[in-house]
Design a protein around this ligand. Structure first.
Ligand code: XMP
Length: 326
């Protein structure tokens, strides 16, 4: 049996005790693999890379070098949370790269969804590669590969950080959670003391806000998207919906709509609320949300987010609609 096959005898990690045992074993394994060498990790702040980072910090401390690339398409507070949890909380060796301008300049006027994704993925690799080349003495590359990646995509952590890593990086891999399913990774993350908001994070596309700011991304619509998404998340939390709804976010369209503000006609952006329940993301239903919750979110977005005059709730199931808008 190769190291990419989960042994049938492997118990599912469902409790803190089992997670603690897993962590203890992996810490010893990683120390034996790495010795006194340095390990590099692209830390997106998603569940998998965060759990790998916390596990490796426990095993090898500052021998782990984390690089967090902010591509300017992160949700509100996400990069700040990575810095807070890892640099301030766990004293990680963390390099923060704010590449927002670089990404947004490249994406200017690009409206084709696949081209947007390719630009974001390609640029991510470039930025990460540039940072890696500045470092000396790196021998290993850590990755948050999980078992479904091995089962579904030949072991390539393609979606992990908007497009994988530079192909010519000749490092030995450290992949401590590669035989775990997502729910097990979350249990391990909890046992490692990572915040719930990081461990229970919803799935999202690598380019996150890039695919929710439809058409060519502009800074003003991106700001509206970030703020409206933060309001939606806050209000779902307040209403106790965060754990009941599988995935939820806002979308800002690239067409405008007429409105009236302070007695004057405006031509502003609509914001669309998307919320879905699903088991495997192959099909999805739209939850019946309390009208008062929807009204509060609508009122807050209209009052607090500049450039928005209309809020809609998308009632379309998958299929025929997809979960994301592009
Ligand atoms: P769709 O829009 O195809 O989305 O119904 C299904 C699920 O996949 C997520 N999604 C992505 N995840 N990389 C990812 O890792 C992507 O490029 C991507 N696009 C969509 C989406 O958020 C939903 O949960």
């Amino acid at each position: 049996m190769d190291s990419n096959t989960r042994p049938e005898s492997m118990e599912r990690i469902t409790t803190k005790e089992l997670a603690d045992k897993f962590i203890e074993d992996k810490v010893a394994e990683v120390r034996a693999q790495v010795g006194d060498k340095k390990v590099l990790l692209a830390l997106s702040g998603g569940v998998d890379s965060s759990v790998v980072a916390a596990l490796l910090i426990k095993a090898i401390g500052k021998q782990l070098v984390c690089v967090h690339v902010n591509h300017g398409l992160m949700r509100k507070g996400e990069s700040e949370q990575v810095i807070e949890v890892f640099k301030n909380g766990l004293d990680a060796n963390l390099i923060y790269v704010d590449a927002s301008d670089r990404f947004l300049d490249l994406l200017k006027d690009v409206d084709e969804p696949e081209t947007k994704r390719k630009i974001i993925g390609g640029e991510f690799i470039k930025v990460f590669d540039e940072e890696a080349r500045k470092l000396e003495g790196i021998s290993f590359l850590a990755q948050g590969t999980i078992y479904p990646d091995i089962l579904e995509s030949d072991g390539v952590k393609a979606h992990h950080n908007v497009g994988g890593l530079p192909e010519d990086m000749q490092f030995e891999l450290v992949e401590p959670v590669k035989l775990l399913f997502k729910d097990e990774v979350r249990v391990v993350g909890n046992a490692l003391g990572l915040p719930e908001s990081m461990v229970d994070r919803q799935p999202f596309p690598g380019p996150v806000l890039g695919v929710r700011c439809t058409g060519a991304i502009t800074r003003d619509r991106l700001a509206a998207l970030r703020e409206s998404d933060a309001i939606l998340r806050e209000e779902f939390d307040t209403a106790g919906l965060t754990k009941q709804v599988w995935q939820f976010f806002t979308v800002v369209t690239d067409f405008r709509s007429t409105g009236v503000r302070n007695g004057k006609r405006v031509f502003d952006w609509p914001v669309i609320i998307r919320a879905v329940n699903t088991v495997d993301a192959m099909s999805a239903t739209v939850p019946e949300l309390d009208r008062n919750v929807l009204k509060k979110i609508t009122d807050r977005i209209l009052a607090e987010v500049p450039g928005v005059c209309r809020v809609l709730y998308d009632l379309s199931p998958k299929s025929p609609a997809t979960i994301e808008w592009e």
